[in-house]
Design a protein around this ligand. Structure first.
Ligand SMILES: [Zn+2]
Length: 397
């Protein structure tokens, strides 16, 4: 967030963060790239996405600082064809709503980071502001239970409607001033201050008064390097996010036929019930397989059992139970004709399980493999087709 240096292009956004339209002289125009003597377009800088808008009637795709110039990259292959020529004047207009939202997010970030610095002594070491996210990286771990408190405190400062103060400092004044993001660079440093709450070096446009931020919400916090990454939203973006979250809560509550306050406990209960039912189903499936295995005629060399939902472990133990009795192939197929089957096939004393897998591969394009004693895989075929293909074949192969 430190200023990169003296920029040749005049920064109109620095003089008036609320101005929307401007005109300027074209210094260079090549391909889609235009450099002006001054601009209202804030370039991508300090983790903040560039301004949007139009220049000479053409939409601006991106704005970048290169050396001491601000480059406007337009959505056209040839700006000269559109009459944007060196020496000519051109007018531009920034997307006011987008800029103002960025000012709200960025000023909110300063207040939040100032509070964290004051309360915990942690530094903001990274900032990202885009349409996708607004994230703040801190070099220490903010306890999760303190986030609610920080949110309340920052919103109190917003409500107090404190004026911002932006100025350039240098020399002794700069040395003696206490501010965040202090980097030892020569020359002027732009200081953004919310008196009584935060003082920070920063190059970006900010709101005139904290009341314009509207509201700040913390939408998430994750561990990040040795600290945390906090996600925030301000103003309308915060309200939209709250609406979205609330809609999900209400939809889920209606679905669970409960109240929003009961969603969590009801979800825990539902998941527990589901887990218990799955365990019961697994147990029943296992018992049914064992029953079917014991009911098979011991004189049959090959036996194939089908189950809609046997667990892999139950399928394998049943196959072992069968191969102890039957000389040929013993298989358990789990699934259905429409979904296909996963299979475990074992070999009795006179058979080779790999040959069963090869046969299924040839006939049905089955996948899988294993040893001569046991193969596992999956196949798309119907129960009747599989039985027809495999029954009585182990001895022939
Ligand atoms: Zn900043």
């Amino acid at each position: 967030m430190q200023d990169a240096g003296i920029v040749k292009t005049g920064k109109l956004y620095d003089e008036d963060a609320y101005a929307v339209s401007f005109d300027a002289e074209v210094l260079s125009a090549e391909g889609n790239d235009v450099v002006l003597d001054r601009t209202l377009f804030f370039p991508e800088e300090g983790g903040q996405q560039a301004d949007r808008g139009v220049l000479g009637g053409i939409e601006v795709a991106d704005v970048q600082i290169r050396g001491d110039e601000i480059h406007h990259l337009l959505k056209t292959a040839d700006v000269r064809a559109a009459g944007i020529l060196p020496g000519k004047r051109v007018s531009g207009e920034i997307d006011r709503a987008f800029r103002f939202s960025n000012m709200q997010q960025h000023s909110g970030e300063h207040l939040f980071s100032g509070l964290v610095h004051g309360l915990f002594g942690f530094n903001n070491v990274g900032f990202h502001l885009s349409e996708r996210e607004v994230t703040l990286d801190f070099d220490g771990v903010i306890p999760a239970e303190r986030i609610g408190e920080l949110e309340i405190l920052v919103n109190r400062i917003i409500t107090e409607d404190i004026p911002s103060r932006i100025r350039y400092v240098s020399g002794r004044e700069r040395e003696e001033l206490e501010y965040r993001s202090k980097i030892d660079l020569p020359g002027l440093v732009r200081i953004v201050e919310f008196p009584g709450y935060d003082t920070c070096a920063c190059c970006a446009p900010h709101v005139r008064r904290t009341g314009e931020i509207g509201v700040l919400i913390v939408t998430g916090m994750i561990r990040w390097k040795s600290g945390v990454r906090v996600s925030i939203l301000c103003g309308e973006r915060a309200v939209r996010q709250c609406r979205k979250d609330r809609d999900i809560v209400i939809k889920t509550a209606n679905y669970l036929t409960t109240s929003p306050d009961e969603i969590y406990s009801q979800s825990v209960k539902a998941k527990e019930e589901l887990r218990a039912m799955k365990a019961r189903l697994t147990e029943l499936g296992k018992r049914q397989l064992e029953k079917d295995a014991d009911a098979a005629d011991p004189a049959l060399p090959d036996v194939f059992l089908f189950s809609p939902d046997a667990e892999a472990a139950a399928a394998r133990s049943t196959v072992n139970r069968l191969t102890a009795v039957h000389e040929g192939w013993s298989g358990v197929f789990t699934g259905s004709d429409s979904r296909g089957y996963s299979f475990v096939i074992g070999a009795g004393k006179n058979a080779d399980a790999r040959k069963a897998a090869a046969l299924l591969r040839q006939q049905f394009g089955a996948k899988g493999g294993g040893s001569d004693k046991m193969v596992q895989g999956s196949v798309m075929a119907a129960e009747a087709e599989l039985k027809e293909a495999l029954s009585g074949k182990s001895a022939a192969l």
